[in-house]
Design a protein around this ligand. Structure first.
Ligand SMILES: N[C@@H](CCC(=O)N[C@@H](CS)C(=O)NCC(=O)O)C(=O)O
Length: 269
């Protein structure tokens, strides 16, 4: 542990003790498919990596990633208590308290997609990313970024607005249904958002699609490819290990589903 690192860790520990955080657990994945590979030539050594987590939220992406890669991490959350888990996040990241917040060595980081890309570049040994020369590499990156930049952004905006004012018609702008339809179209050509193989893009895409389906932001029955893909990714052993560790009591603090989304179909332009 270097000198810069020590105060950060002690501040984290003090914050956690003060909050009575029970869920700080070091986790060595059950099936370390590539645990050894991180130590192999070419990969950087993995520094201490703590994921500050809220059950059922985007921090699950990182737990799932680490389980897929077989890399070690520590998971910090207060089981069944989102407020306490959020207080722990605020304690280490007061200016941007969001889940995930992680500590990676002596750095405090946010943005699940950027953290995933960093972990893959430094410790992934080529896993969960299509080969650089494959056309799948371009679409993998597209979905890595689309998941937050286009999909989550539209779904959350529509959710917030429609909660206040139920919609009577579709927006002339790109809306939730259109961003979800674009993803549906891709899966009618390819089995994964990674293209021919599962990739980190599949990890990124699940959260906003679950959000859109479960909160009735779009009509899930219109998207059979996505529904089949969701079943497939959620059956993965690494996803199931993530659920057991990061959501042991099921969903906590679900948001209410919308009574109505915008009517499907053609739009006035
Ligand atoms: N684009 C960020 C979004 C992070 C984010 O907004 N996380 C939610 C939980 S899923 C959160 O912490 N929200 C707290 C708030 O908005 O106050 C990422 O992908 O990490």
């Amino acid at each position: 542990m270097d000198n810069k690192h020590k105060p950060v860790r002690s501040r984290i520990m003090a914050g956690l003790l003060g909050l009575g955080i029970a869920g700080l657990v070091s986790l060595a994945p059950a099936s370390p498919a590539s645990a050894q590979s991180a130590e192999n030539q070419g990969a950087m050594p993995m520094p201490e990596f703590t994921i500050y987590h809220l059950e059922g939220r985007r921090s699950e992406r990182l737990v799932w990633l680490m389980e897929e890669l077989g890399l070690p991490y520590t998971l910090a959350f207060e089981r069944g208590d989102l407020m306490a888990s959020m207080a722990a996040i605020r304690a280490i990241n007061p200016s941007m308290p969001v889940a995930p917040t992680v500590t990676y060595g002596d750095q405090v980081l946010v943005e699940s997609g950027a953290i995933i890309e960093m972990i893959l570049a430094r410790h992934g040994e080529g896993e969960l990313v299509p080969p650089l020369t494959s056309p799948d590499f371009a679409t993998h990156l597209l979905w890595m970024h689309y998941s937050e930049g286009s999909l989550a952004a539209r779904a959350i905006a529509d959710y917030r607005v429609w909660q206040i004012q139920p919609p009577t018609q579709r927006s002339p702008l790109v809306d939730s249904e259109q961003v979800v339809q674009f993803a549906e179209n891709f899966l009618s050509e390819k089995p994964w958002f990674g293209g021919d193989e599962f990739s980190a893009a599949d990890i990124m895409m699940l959260f906003p699609l679950n959000f859109a389906f479960q909160l009735n932001i779009v009509d899930a029955s219109l998207f059979p490819q996505l529904s089949a893909w969701m079943e497939k990714v959620q059956a993965r052993p690494a996803y199931q290990r993530m659920l057991a560790k990061a959501r042991p009591d099921g969903m906590v603090g679900s948001l209410p589903a919308l009574p109505a989304h915008a009517p499907s179909g053609p739009r006035n332009r």
